[in-house]
Design a protein around this ligand. Structure first.
Ligand code: ATP
Ligand code: MG
Length: 435
């Protein structure tokens, strides 16, 4: 449209039809996490740029190339959050949430990364995340993973699988890093420009490369697992025991590393084969050093974040739909006096049944045109108030696209009559993925 203002590239509108799907998924995620003791924390979208530089790491793609950073009018360097963990830790430290005790948190909302937009990859996207602080064992790691598994089950998803790895303790990772650098140096000729640069800045990220030549080279590379001490080995085995106990399948992937610097120990990713290249739906891991790095006391931590856009795409790809949420009733009034009465009656209906989905016709119109609007809205019943009903003190209840006879009820009885007719449907229709 010429002259029309477009949305910013990579920033999406979520229209009402789509938003109901989002709401249904968000409500289930909130329930899964709340019921397990993860309290919601709501965090700012803007943070000091140094927060992300220090936590995510300066050698990472996110901080190097993807952040929306700017100087505000006061001269401070601010960034729109590219992820939620850093802000969560910053808030936890400044409010004393980590002082020796255990705490489980969840968050959600928009994140911003200046990436090349494509299906499943946007510049504004949304995450739901869970973090647990103050717990160092495999028990909480298994809990983190089972929460994801529970959420996929609640959504009826089948095409989602788990990959896990451990990055070891910092000393182990350091020794492995040197061994990897040495190996890759011996094969410099087989590295592309990107990998050569990473060899200097962030060599572990080369493990993540999608280039087939590099993947081949990596099959002979040193494996991080060979550098683990007993403690790391035992903790990882303990996690596997717990996943086995729960029947949660997983693949051990020695090349799984994460895009953020702060991980230690467990890393994991839930991926799907239904979304093409953007296959990571949820990822996370342990990050024991981060709280101290940001100025708090030493606090073990583990967490994950899922991408809502990808999860919504996956729910759609698997053919799962939230229940439709059409109006229960559409109030039709013919003439000014009837409109006044309908206005008052509809408010009384809402007072009596706050969950009733009631639309009231606006802008007048003939019976025919109002019925057409009711139909288009997908209403289950039309409540009709014409001149003769007004005189008789009654309202007509006309089923639309629903079995049953047209009836009428006195003004005082409309609410209860309507609810009685709707009730049977309520009990069955209000669930996600029935059956
Ligand atoms: P990818 O490898 O696909 O770039 P990532 O490792 O950068 O993902 P994380 O930083 O771990 O992703 O974020 C957690 C989740 O957020 C991802 O698993 C994905 O579902 C989602 N996500 C990340 N970046 C984007 C994006 N630009 N657009 C949409 N979703 C995203
Ligand atoms: Mg990324």
């Amino acid at each position: 449209m010429s002259g029309g203002i477009q949305a910013v590239r990579g920033f999406n509108d979520i229209l009402p039809g789509q938003a109901t799907r989002w709401q249904a998924i968000e409500a289930i995620a909130a329930e899964v996490l709340d019921t397990a003791g993860y309290g919601e924390i709501r965090l700012p979208i803007l943070e000091q740029t140094t927060l992300f530089a220090r936590s995510i790491g300066t050698g990472t793609d996110i901080v190097e190339k993807e952040m929306y950073s700017f100087e505000d009018r006061g001269g401070d360097s601010l960034s729109m959050r590219p992820e939620g963990t850093a802000g969560c830790v910053r808030a936890g430290i400044s409010h004393g949430l980590f002082n020796g005790s255990q705490i489980r948190l969840r968050y959600g909302g928009p994140m911003f990364r200046h990436e090349r937009p494509q299906k499943g990859r946007y510049r504004q996207f949304h995450q739901i995340g869970a973090e647990a602080f103050g717990i160092q064992g495999a028990d909480i790691e298994a809990e983190m993973i089972l929460l994801g598994a529970r959420l996929w089950r609640r959504l009826g998803l089948k095409h989602i699988g788990l990959r896990i790895n451990s990055l070891g303790r910092p000393q182990e990772r350091e020794i492995y890093r040197s061994a990897l650098i040495e190996y890759l140096h011996e094969h410099m000729d087989r590295l592309d420009a990107d990998a050569r640069r990473r060899l200097e800045t962030n060599p572990l990220r080369i493990l993540d490369s999608k280039d087939p030549k590099i993947r081949k080279l990596l099959t002979e590379a040193p494996r991080i697992g060979d550098y683990f001490g007993d403690q790391t080995r035992l903790q990882f085995a303990e996690l596997c025991t717990r996943l086995d106990l729960l029947g949660i399948g997983y693949t051990l992937d020695p090349f799984l590393v994460r895009g953020l610097d702060y991980y230690t120990g467990l890393v994991f990713e839930w991926t799907t084969d239904l979304l093409g290249a953007q296959d990571a739906v949820c990822s996370g891991g342990r990050y024991d050093g981060l709280v101290a790095r940001l100025g708090g006391r030493d606090t073990p931590a583990v967490g994950w974040a899922l991408g809502m856009e990808r999860l919504v795409l996956l729910v759609e790809a698997e053919g799962k739909t939230p229940p439709p949420t059409p109006p229960d009733a559409y109030f039709i009034a013919l003439g000014k006096e009837a409109e006044y009465k309908a206005l008052v009656l509809s408010e009384r209906l809402r007072d009596r049944y706050p969950r009733l989905r009631l639309m009231v016709n606006m802008g007048g119109g003939s019976l025919k045109s109002q019925l057409r609007r009711a139909d288009r809205a997908g209403a289950r019943y039309a409540l009709i108030l014409g001149e003769s009903e007004l005189n008789a003190g009654t309202v007509i209840l006309k089923p639309l696209g629903e079995k049953g006879e047209q009836t009428s009820a006195d003004f005082e009885a409309v609410a209860d009559t309507l609810i009685r007719k709707l009730r049977h449907g309520y009990a069955t229709a209000n669930r996600f993925n029935p059956g």
